[in-house]
Design a protein around this ligand. Structure first.
Ligand SMILES: C[S@@+](CC[C@H](N)C(=O)[O-])C[C@H]1O[C@@H](n2cnc3c(N)ncnc32)[C@H](O)[C@@H]1O
Length: 222
């Protein structure tokens, strides 16, 4: 099975998508989760951990906004060896340079004899577990953001629909799903739909933004 898996990944892959998270999704969540000051993020098919650590860097870079918050980033992958690598959070000179500017590299990683190791501040936010997306969900079961990028493109249609069902069950009612460039939910599931304004981001098909909800209830009230 390992031989059939494609584990290609790098830091801030499709950087424009991370900009969308930083500029739109995180500011919204900082308001909607202000009462609990807790966020749960799931990186599905995380490979060797660069995606989860890129998310951790986004939060760490916005220090003032997230001070006093609990940020839990869970990375899961069906492959045991990549999860072992992700847990070590240690990268070769080739891996560390893919997607990271030198400034970020020296700010968030220490050069060790084993490679470039993520600093404790990032490691404290992330946890890695072996998990098959088609199996019952890991804990916690409600995620504010789910990244499932470049994983589903290897599945056949029926399996992809099942996988979207798992993701939909794990996503908070007002949560955000991000897929890989060129991936879509259209024609694959009726539970999740593209966000109306932010291309590449998806929400529950039943989700209505607050301002729209108040318009609908005004309409219903006549
Ligand atoms: C191409 S990598 C993508 C890594 C990262 N998400 C990114 O976009 O950079 C795909 C990963 O999905 C994992 N994967 C494939 N099938 C999976 C499944 N059923 N459950 C969990 N992970 C899976 C593979 O092991 C591989 O590490």
């Amino acid at each position: 099975m390992e031989a059939l898996l494609n584990n290609e990944t790098y830091f801030f892959r499709d950087r424009a998508m991370f900009d969308l998270l930083a500029d739109h999704v995180l500011p919204e969540l900082s308001r909607t989760r202000a009462s609990t000051r807790t966020l749960a993020v799931w990186s599905v098919g995380c490979s060797t951990g660069q995606e989860a650590l890129s998310l951790a860097m986004l939060f760490a870079e916005q220090e003032a906004r997230w001070s006093g918050w609990t940020i839990n980033i869970l990375g899961t992958d069906v492959s045991e060896p990549v999860i072992a690598n992700a847990r070590a959070a240690c990268y070769t000179p080739f891996q560390i340079q893919r997607g990271l500017a030198v400034g970020q590299m020296v700010k968030w990683f220490d050069e060790t004899p084993q490679g470039w190791r993520a600093r404790e501040k990032l490691r404290r936010m992330v946890r890695f577990e072996k998990h098959n997306l088609l199996d019952p969900l890991p804990n916690p079961c409600s995620f504010d953001i789910v990244l499932c990028r470049n994983v589903l493109l290897y599945f056949d249609d029926a399996t992809r629909t099942r996988a979207f069902g798992r993701v939909a069950s794990a996503l908070a009612p007002d949560g955000w799903l991000m897929l890989g460039a060129g991936e879509t939910t259209i024609g694959q599931t009726d539970r999740i739909a593209p966000d109306r304004t932010l291309r590449g981001l998806y929400r529950h098909a039943s989700f209505e933004p607050a301002e729209q909800r108040s318009c609908s209830s005004r309409r219903a009230a006549g």
